[in-house]
Design a protein around this ligand. Sequence first.
Ligand code: PRP
Ligand code: URA
Length: 209
Amino acid sequence: MHEVYIIDHPLIQHKLTHIRDKETSTKLFKELLEEVSMLMAYEITRNLDLMEVPVETPLMQTTGKVLGGKKLAVVPILRAGLGMVQGIESLIPNLRIGHIGMYRDHDTLEPIVYYCKLPPDMDQREVIVVDPMLATGGSAAAAVNHIKEQGAKRIKFMALVAAPEGIAEFRRIHTDVPIYTAAVDEKLSEQGYILPGLGDAGDRIFGTR
Ligand code: PRP
Ligand code: URA
């Protein structure tokens, strides 16, 4: 069973408080989410594979280490996940970026994949699926199911804020996928919002509220 990692670096917690604030503008919300995503990515990528390469310094030949293997794939869940990509990309420019779009069927409430475009060779890449909100866990669990069906084997899930209910549901289905989040909040509201949360992440990123 994989763990839930709470990334509680003071800078992340500070920025998260401003992200939660209902008075925070769309522009600042987006900027802060990018910054937090970059800081979280730094922690999450700690165990990326390295390989040794020769390098010549101004003084002598030596051996250095660079990232090895296939390039990391980041897969945002549309639409709010898009708000986390640029921050990660500023840290790791040589990413491959997939996209997966989910909606909820009005009658069954089942999350449905309506769009998915992933990099090739997913079975050989480390994959980070990103979405700021892990609420009921339905979207994340379905997205990861689909990404696994495309061959991915080494997956991490990164959220900004998670509800205990969503964590439990996600872990029930995906015992092999660790969750990284900046906060585990109190609970879900009856409408499926995370409390205290930050509201509707997609609306706040794109100014559609
Ligand atoms: C939000 C959020 C997650 C989902 C979480 O997306 O970005 O994808 O809800 O909820 P769940 O854990 O209960 O599935 P939303 O459906 O609002 O779409 P959006 O990203 O287009 O705003
Ligand atoms: N999706 C959001 O954007 N916010 C929540 O609180 C729950 C789901």
